[in-house]
Design a protein around this ligand. Sequence first.
Ligand code: ZN
Length: 220
Amino acid sequence: MTENSALVVFSGGQDSTTCLFWAKKNFEKVFAICFDYGQRHITEIQAAKNIAKMANIDLRTMQIPFINQLTHNALTDIHIKMDEKKTANSLPNTFVQGRNLFFLSIAAVYARESGAKNIVTGVSQTDFSGYPDCRDTFIRSLNATLNLALEEQFIIHTPLMWLNKAQTWQLADELGVFDIVKNFSLTCYNGITGDGCGNCPACKLRSAGLKIYRESKNEL
Ligand code: ZN
């Protein structure tokens, strides 16, 4: 296992793009894996490929269509209208059950095959939706489980865990990749790269964070 090698779980979105460049700054060898699980918009995979090329990173795309066969959610089923936000007792229907559990487990096997000790993911507990598999406790627990399962000493890095969207923009800026993240990443649930459609929950969250970051910068 190489201490200085890292695998990034990459989707081409704002968060994982920022993490990709964070990893490039912190590790000598960086490569990435992205998952095709039947998202509504295949442009998401294309955005990931474009950014990986710009970053000069090897990107492996894994097909995991079984996620679609297991659960119904608004990210993969075009007949479901997306929830705007979390309701009192339930998760929004944009939640893909078990997604990070599957992603990180598959990533760990691939990391082991490739000799990487470090795995980087853009999950954030500060995330508005409260997805349970984005929480720090879950990541720590899974890290321990994967180490036991594969008899390795992986370190799962979550540079965005305690950052809000404005702070994630700030991090991208500090890494010198603000424009790449802004123009080429894809967060929009309607599949529009960069600033997106402006109306879906992901676009609203992204642009609200950007506005706050820009305002804070002007005040300095
Ligand atoms: Zn949108």
